[in-house]
Design a protein around this ligand. Structure first.
Ligand code: LLP
Length: 436
């Protein structure tokens, strides 16, 4: 099996037997930037964005590809998305701020969230954010009143909960009726919301949004979502003679974390989606609006790896060999939060066959802080560099300072060059907001 399958596309094993990404030896990266370290392959990210765009083109669909910033956002990443012509899905004022600081065009931002605060709303409006994705009746009222006071208008989408439950971890299912997100179709609230928006002088209804969940391998629920969307469009047209100019289908395409994972490719995903949309809309006599999607994970997950240094090796005789690294649940919460399973390798021993089964433990003061259980590695030694691939999405984005651990650094590599995008936090950073 090609072990590089889940790694960033530019990865290779060099003459020294070390992992190289973007033409840079990861052992050199560790020497220069320390560990834990997130390493992103810039061209991999650009290519993923282009694949989405080209796939829509091939299928003859007028589309908007919005990168979901929640997966990983910093100024460098926002600039890549901007240069690739993508839109951006933001869920907080903080994400919008980061994007704007990077020069990301505000009009290409979709602003999501089930509880947008007044300050966030004002910040977004003042900066000309393109679209609000409305999520509650309270928000419709709050946004309208803020706009009214300023005599402004705002383009919006209405988020509907389609009642679709994809097979994925329950924490990341979002399409079911019992969800904090969106207006439910089943109860008729989605239609009520549309009417409220159509009646508002300050809100300009541009279309509808739905997102069924994340890390989804089966295309069936996406096909079902297209049908639900088309049904909703038809029903709104019949009842109110309104046709959306945009339908946004959210994100959710799964990625391979393990070598045995076989998610659909971006091309298969988009071609299936396109066919379903064309069919569902044409059989209802509706013309297809602009199609927007919001992939996060499938853009950045496989584009990055995390490098750690092995600090201690403990043989609990007859039970388990613990290999402890200098990070853990502060830089990757996913194993603990979702039971996510990753692969691991030794970046300075990539040519060596697996010789032993180990458990890779984090350094945090919590017994459950285990990154990977029972992974086969060459005999590990103190000082080795453990590499965990597929940490590009929801890794740094969910990193934290548990146990007052400074957050790692993030570098982007490309054509033999490494650029430090986010520096490693220092101890001083840990107390920078403390007053006394
Ligand atoms: N659009 C909306 C409205 C979303 O809620 C999400 C993800 C996306 C797009 C992007 O979905 P993606 O293409 O990345 O699957 N922390 C979790 C994932 C949470 C996803 C939240 N929403 C994890 O680490 O698995």
């Amino acid at each position: 099996m090609d072990i590089l399958k889940v790694f960033p596309r530019s990865s290779r094993i060099n003459e020294k037997g070390n992992l190289e990404i973007g033409g840079v030896d990861t052992v050199d990266l560790v020497r220069e930037f320390g560990t834990p370290l997130f390493v992103y392959d810039e061209n991999h990210i650009r290519e993923q964005l282009r694949r989405y765009r080209n796939a829509f083109l091939e299928n003859g669909i007028d589309a908007i590809v919005a990168y979901a910033g929640k997966a990983f956002l910093c100024k460098y990443m926002a600039r890549i998305a901007s240069e690739e012509g993508a839109y951006l899905d933001c869920v907080t004022g903080g994400e919008i701020y980061t994007a704007l600081e990077a020069g990301f065009p505000a009009e290409r931002i979709f602003f999501h969230g089930n509880n947008k605060g007044d300050e966030e709303i004002e910040f977004a409006i003042e900066n000309g954010v393109g679209y609000f994705v409305l999520d509650s009746f309270d928000e419709i009222e709050r946004l309208s009143s803020i706009l009214r006071k300023r005599s402004l208008k705002q383009d919006v989408l209405v988020r509907i909960t389609p009642g679709i439950v994809p097979k994925t971890h329950t924490y990341i299912q979002t399409g079911q009726v019992d969800s904090k997100f969106g207006f439910s179709l089943a109860s008729g609230q989605a239609y009520e919301a549309v009417i409220e928006v159509l009646n508002s002088k300050n809100l300009e209804l541009k279309g509808f949004h739905m997102h069924i969940g994340s890390q989804i391998f089966s295309l069936e629920p996406f096909i079902a979502a297209c049908k639900v969307m088309a049904d909703f469009c038809l029903s709104v047209k019949e009842r109110s003679n309104y046709l959306p100019s945009i339908i946004n289908l959210g994100g959710g395409l799964g990625v391979a974390y393990r070598l045995t994972d076989e998610p659909p490719s971006i091309e298969e995903f988009i071609s299936t989606l396109s066919k379903a949309l064309k069919e569902e809309f044409s059989t209802r006599g509706l013309s297809l609006p602009v199609v927007a999607i919001e992939p996060g994970r499938s853009i950045v997950a496989n584009a990055a790896v995390t490098l750690y240094k092995v600090g201690t090796i403990k043989d609990v005789i007859g039970v388990r060999l613990y290999v402890s690294v200098d990070g853990g649940m502060s830089d990757n919460l996913r194993p603990m939060l979702y039971g996510a399973v990753y692969e691991a390798f030794i970046a300075n021993k990539m040519n060596r066959a697996p010789e032993t089964t180990v458990t890779i433990a984090g350094k945090h003061c919590e017994n459950g802080d285990i990154l990977i259980r029972d992974v086969k590695l060459p005999f590990p030694e103190i000082g080795d560099i453990v590499v965990v691939p597929v940490t590009g999405a929801y890794g740094y984005a969910m990193s934290n300072n548990y146990n007052r651990q400074p957050r790692p650094a993030v570098v982007f590599v490309k054509e033999g060059k490494a650029t430090l995008a986010i520096k490693r936090e220092k101890y001083e950073d840990l107390i920078r907001n403390e007053i006394t």
